[in-house]
Write a protein that binds this ligand. Structure first.
Ligand code: KIV
Ligand code: ZN
Length: 534
């Protein structure tokens, strides 16, 4: 072990243990459905949230932050449904230090086997002066009141000092002491603006644990944003200093540059026990599946060279590396791909595969579809197998994710014909089903994609602006499915949609329509909220 790290690790007063008294276990608190979903464009539908929560639960996440119940009826419904159905994890609902928020969060997690209220208030001078217009004494009172209220409603209360890392340490100690005195069982120290570097964050957590007199009554937690690209290393430094809960998200999804990535935290702890002598309860072979699921439902594509779950994370291109790998994988691999759930692409499905084989394949890939969705997916699989010689696992995953996204959407792509090429103008003839009624329009545009999107705009007039259009191939070869992501913005609302097809134009139309469906659903939610507020 590096000498400096050794010295630091031995001076840290790691008093915190998890609920079962296990000193070395770091609890994984996943906030993909709250902080992650909060990031612009990443909003998920109710069913998508349930699917992600189920995946997190079964892969061993200790605490699932399911949403911010006061934010909207949709958030409330999602948190309560997740609370009712999650089997193992603690389900947390976020609340500002406001009585109505705390009541709403308590109501949302009421049916959880183990429910938690996570309440927060800002502590830094910059937030107190500019945003809250409160004195430090007033905030101390707010902490005592809000945590007491939460503790009267549930046993398990987490308190966060927002912008803690820009708060003077003496005052931060007072706020933490007040929260623990009022009954907080977890103390979270967010690096809200992603400002810290690892040594500083280590010192802050260690000092809090050492100086706050009642610090042994709570578990300390990290919550690091990635504005400087330090979120994962800061979180790990926090654990070395004595924190025993790490807040993170799948694929590092989250506000601005995102949060610490769960898969990176978990694999760092697993791969480097010499310097990170902890354990997590995560089944690491589920990481890839979780990553793909979150990428699909959020529309946030994982960058190719992303650690652990990027498409290239285990790919070796250079001759020297390939030579070393063939002689002994450990020459260039510090983790085995199968440990994070990366499988060799298998090529077993084709147009002769029947329902039974398709069902088995879906189970193998971790999909559990209801009868109707299964029949639809099977029909689409057969169509794909007719068009495409080899159907890979990735094709099936894309097809089924597409199926899940389409369920419950009011606009669907029925048919599309595009005229493209050098002698423009390019033209698209589009048929959409809008609330069950088929409408066909023809449009021209500056290229086939523009013509396709113009045709959609003619059928469903809207003001949304196209913010992002991205195409990638699901597998290799010219007959590969194209996976298209589209991001739309309308009146400060952002929605992302995805579509996968062997025909790039059809995939583009599906992605656009999927984003549009989400925008329309969100418009409805905002409208309902406004009505409620009246
Ligand atoms: O980043 C932050 O400070 C948060 C809090 C609500 C915990 O997300
Ligand atoms: Zn955050």
């Amino acid at each position: 072990m590096n000498e400096m790290i050794k010295a630091r690790a031995s001076t840290a007063k790691t008093k915190t243990t998890n609920a079962s008294g296990d000193h070395d276990q770091v609890l994984i608190f996943d906030t993909t459905l709250r902080d992650g979903e909060q990031s612009p464009g990443a909003s998920m539908t109710h069913d998508e949230k349930l699917m992600v929560a189920h995946q997190l639960d079964q892969m061993g996440v200790d605490i699932i932050e399911a949403g911010f119940p006061i934010a909207s009826n949709g958030d409330f419904e999602a948190v309560s449904e997740i609370a009712k159905t999650v089997e193992h994890a603690v389900v947390a609902g976020l609340a500002r230090a406001i009585p109505a928020d705390i009541d709403r969060a308590a109501e949302a997690v009421r049916h959880a086997k183990r429910g938690r209220i996570h309440t927060f208030v800002s502590t830094s001078p910059i937030h107190l002066v500019n945003q809250m217009k409160k004195t430090q004494e007033e905030v101390l009172e707010i902490i005592t009141k809000s945590v007491t209220q939460a503790r009267n409603l549930v046993e398990d209360v987490e308190w966060s000092g927002m912008d803690a890392t820009r708060t003077p340490i003496d005052y931060l100690c007072q706020t933490v002491e007040a929260a623990i005195n009022a009954g907080a069982t977890t103390i979270n120290i967010p690096d809200t603006v992603g400002y810290m570097v690892a040594d500083e964050y280590y010192d802050m957590i260690a000092e809090l644990i050492n100086r706050v007199p009642n610090s042994d009554k709570a578990i300390f937690s990290t919550h690091c944003h990635d504005d400087l690209g330090c979120a994962v290393s800061n979180s790990l430094a926090g654990a070395r200093a004595g924190a025993r809960q790490i807040e993170c998200t799948i694929n590092g999804l989250g506000e601005r540059a995102g949060n610490a990535a769960l898969e990176e935290i978990v694999m760092a702890i697993r791969t480097r026990p010499d310097v990170l002598p902890f354990r997590t309860g995560i089944e690491t072979t589920e990481l890839m599946r979780a990553s793909k699921m979150v990428a699909n439902v959020s529309g946030f594509v994982v960058q190719y060279n992303k650690a652990i779950v990027g498409a290239n994370a285990f790919a070796h291109e250079s001759g020297i590396h390939q030579d070393g790998m063939l002689k002994n994988a450990e020459t260039y691999e510090i983790m085995r791909p199968q440990d994070v759930g990366v499988k060799e692409t298998s090529l077993v499905m084709g147009k002769h595969s029947g329902r039974h084989a398709f069902k088995e394949k879906l189970i193998d890939l971790g999909f559990d579809l209801g009868d109707n969705s299964f029949q639809d997916a099977f029909r689409r699989f057969k169509d794909l197998a007719d068009k495409k010689k080899h159907v890979y696992d990735e094709d099936i995953e894309a097809l089924v994710s597409d199926e899940a996204t389409m369920a419950g959407e009011s606009i669907r792509v029925e048919a599309l014909t595009v005229i493209a090429g050098t002698s423009g103008p390019q033209k698209a003839t589009m048929t959409l089903s809008v609330d069950g009624e088929h409408v066909t329009k023809e449009a021209t545009g500056d290229g086939p994609v523009d013509a396709t999107f113009n045709a959609i705009r003619m059928i469903v007039p809207h003001e949304a602006k196209l913010q992002l259009y991205q195409v990638s191939a699901v597998t290799e070869g010219t007959d590969a499915q194209a996976e298209v992501s589209v991001r739309l913005e309308e009146n400060d609302m952002i929605a992302t949609g995805k579509g996968a097809e062997t025909d790039t134009m059809v995939a583009s139309a599906k992605a656009y329509v999927s984003a549009l469906n989400k925008l329309i659903a969100r418009r409805g939610r905002v409208h309902a909220q406004k009505l409620e507020a009246i």
